[in-house]
Design a protein around this ligand. Structure first.
Ligand SMILES: Nc1ncnc2c1ncn2[C@@H]1O[C@H](COP(=O)(O)OP(=O)(O)OP(=O)(O)O)[C@@H](O)[C@H]1O
Length: 263
């Protein structure tokens, strides 16, 4: 394999990385969960993170989004050191994420989820003024509901949505804040086989049509092979490989890590 867990270099020569991790690590009571992870992400790239259960994929996303404090290493967004920045500061820089488990309010409508997210993204000082400015939020909310194919469900309670629609709503809540770098943690989790193609198409359009940089943890190999420019393989908290999908699939060390599990 040509590129194994690169030491922070950009994948496109001459292009400054949007995100760079250098020796990133997180330990709990001295036990390493994520260890010495280094990689760089080019603007507009789509990287899918794979690895056995417990490999550290979600923990790495927690480190990148700021939910977990780094025990070691450095994280840069657009060249700025964000290693010690809290979640909200990273969000203001354009970093957004979804979670493996549903983060919706069952008794709130689809439109209210998106409206509230838009208000939150506008910030505490701007929100009251902007909230009162007629048209601002309805337009922003309506556009996001259209894009995520939820316009016809605007007045539906989250509890009444299918799993696929809930995942779309989580994407809508994320997109309305206009993030440039998007972390998706198992967006297909719990989604029925019939709903997977539409959700895959939506994620592809967020990447290609909106031009967003996407990092995604996913276990559905067919989905991530369809979407990803590069595959990152996590194993025992380390980044085992990061390369084009074909190269990763052919790599003997990666296959070894998956011994007993279908790649
Ligand atoms: N807060 C924590 N305290 C202690 N151990 C933790 C904590 N969070 C995660 N871990 C452990 O770290 C390891 C990595 O977990 P993580 O959820 O990051 O893996 P993953 O690759 O996302 O797994 P999966 O594919 O099953 O979601 C696991 O052994 C997990 O039990």
């Amino acid at each position: 394999m040509s590129t194994r867990a690169p030491e922070g270099g950009s994948s496109a020569a001459g292009t400054a990385p949007v995100l760079r991790a250098t020796g990133l690590g997180w330990s709990v009571r001295g036990v390493p969960i994520v260890e010495d992870v280094s990689f760089a992400v080019t603007e507009g790239e789509f990287i899918a993170f794979i690895g056995p259960n417990g490999a550290g994929k979600t923990s790495l996303f927690n480190l990148i989004s700021g939910l977990c404090p780094a025990s070691h290493g450095r994280l840069e967004l657009d060249g700025a050191d964000i290693t010690a920045e809290p979640v909200h500061a990273r969000a203001r820089r354009g970093l957004g994420r979804t979670f493996q488990t549903s983060s919706l309010w069952p008794g709130m409508t689809v439109a209210d989820h998106v409206r509230l997210a838009a208000q939150a993204a506008a910030g505490p000082r701007a929100s009251y003024r902007l909230w009162r400015r007629a048209g601002r939020y309805p337009e922003q909310v309506a556009e996001t509901l259209e894009r995520t194919e939820l316009a016809h469900r605007a007045d539906t309670l989250a509890s009444a949505l299918s799993h696929g629609e809930k995942r779309k709503l989580e994407l809508a809540v994320l997109l309305v804040s206009d993030p440039r770098l998007i972390l998706l943690d198992e967006p297909m989790a719990g989604v029925s086989a019939e709903e997977v193609p539409a959700l895959t198409a939506l994620i592809r359009s967020v990447h290609r049509d909106l031009g967003r940089t996407v990092l995604m943890v996913e276990h559905h190999m067919d989905v991530l092979l369809d979407l990803a420019d590069r595959l990152a393989v996590m194993h025992h908290g380390t980044l085992l490989a990061l390369d084009a999908p074909d190269a990763v699939m052919a790599d003997a060390t990666v296959q070894q890590a998956y011994l007993g599990e279908a790649l």
